[in-house]
Ligand binder design. Structure first.
Ligand SMILES: Nc1ncnc2c1ncn2[C@@H]1O[C@H](COP(=O)(O)OP(=O)(O)OP(=O)(O)O)[C@@H](O)[C@H]1O
Ligand SMILES: [Mg+2]
Length: 324
């Protein structure tokens, strides 16, 4: 069953420097129990997609295309239904949210608030809700007595687990994890990844895993979508895509992570020269062509969209042989 479907999603921010076309036609589907990784360098539009799914972008942002969550068009929902969908259909662990917990309230109270406000699982202070808090903390690998702690008394890894518990408070079908391990040290990163994998397996949770770090995605995801300049430029099953990357950008990105499969590896920038383009000044043709070691004349004019190579595999490059 498809949980999330993006159909030709476009997102344009309004800013002082004019329109910023951050997402330019993305199609993506995630089934129940599936983990899909969204990869790409800083600024390619990953967090914008996360925000677009739950309508959490600035008010004046222009969103085109469709976002379907459990078949409902998120942009057609009435406010009450949208609030419910935000916690029960999909929840987000935000990028850089480690400091977003309320510093003056115990973490148990913060989880209680999420349960009471956003689900019909009971009133504050009841046994049912206390049991649920205990269950959530255990599920993310935290001792239940940590409910009485304040965020500053916890380590970064523990706080990240609390954020995951908060996201799970209303049993969403889809969890969007935006750079959930980036701020953590290497050992803790591995533990948080293991936790997300466990939750996904045990609960049949659909997981959209966002990170610039391909090596993290290589060990966790069923499928990968690689983004460049607001579009998906390659997608496929993780092993297949990483073994035989077809798009020169995916190849360069993979080279930048010399030890894919080893979560302790660090990005080696020598695999990728130059910077990604500013979305307000995109190059003509294929937006990757100025950095591409395979660019030919046609690449400066031909803007190739994603096209199927074989079942479960697509890439957006003039060099890619298209399936019959
Ligand atoms: N509120 C905003 N107003 C204007 N432009 C924005 C806004 N938020 C993001 N952008 C721009 O949109 C583009 C996509 O940003 P986004 O945060 O989605 O990238 P990202 O892939 O998540 O990057 P990172 O890996 O750094 O988190 C960038 O060029 C960014 O500067
Ligand atoms: Mg981001």
């Amino acid at each position: 069953m498809t949980i999330l479907e993006l159909r030709d999603l476009h997102v344009t921010y309004k800013s002082d420097r004019g329109d910023v076309p951050a997402v330019r036609g993305v199609d993506l589907a995630i089934a129940a129990g599936e983990t899909v990784g969204l990869a790409g360098e800083s600024g390619c539009g990953k967090s914008t997609i996360a925000g677009a799914v739950l309508r959490l972008l600035p008010r004046d942002t222009i969103v085109g295309g469709q976002v379907l969550l459990n078949g409902d068009d998120v942009y057609e929902l009435k406010p009450g239904r949208l609030r419910a969908v935000r916690w029960t259909a999909a929840a987000i662990v935000f990028q850089g949210a480690l400091h977003s917990l309320n510093p003056v309230r115990r973490v148990g109270e913060q989880i209680e608030e999420a349960i009471v406000l956003h689900s019909d699982r009971g009133d504050a202070g009841t046994h049912a809700v206390r049991d649920r808090i205990t269950g959530l903390l255990e599920r993310v690998g935290l001792r239940p007595d940590l409910a009485r702690s304040y965020p500053h008394q916890m380590s970064g890894g523990q706080r990240q687990r609390v954020l995951i518990a908060l996201a799970l408070a209303c049993e969403p079908d889809l969890l969007i994890a935006d750079e959930p391990t980036t701020a953590l040290d290497v050992m803790v990163q591995a533990q948080v990844l293991e936790l997300l994998a466990e939750l996904q397996r045990d609960r049949g949770l659909a997981l959209l895993f966002i990170t610039h770090d391909l090596s993290v995605l290589s060990t966790t995801c069923d499928r990968l979508a690689v983004m460049y300049a607001g579009r998906v430029v390659e997608e496929g099953r993780t092993v297949d895509l990483l073994k035989t990357p077809q798009h020169p950008y995916t190849r360069a990105l993979a080279r930048a992570f010399p030890t894919i499969g080893d979560p302790r590896s660090r990005m080696n920038p020598s695999g990728l020269g130059g910077d990604p383009p500013d979305p307000t000044h995109l190059p003509s043709g294929c937006p990757f062509h100025p950095r591409c070691d395979m660019a030919i004349e046609a690449c400066a004019t031909a803007d190739v969209l994603l096209r199927p190579i074989r079942p479960d595999r697509a890439a957006a490059c003039v060099h890619v042989a298209v399936s019959a």
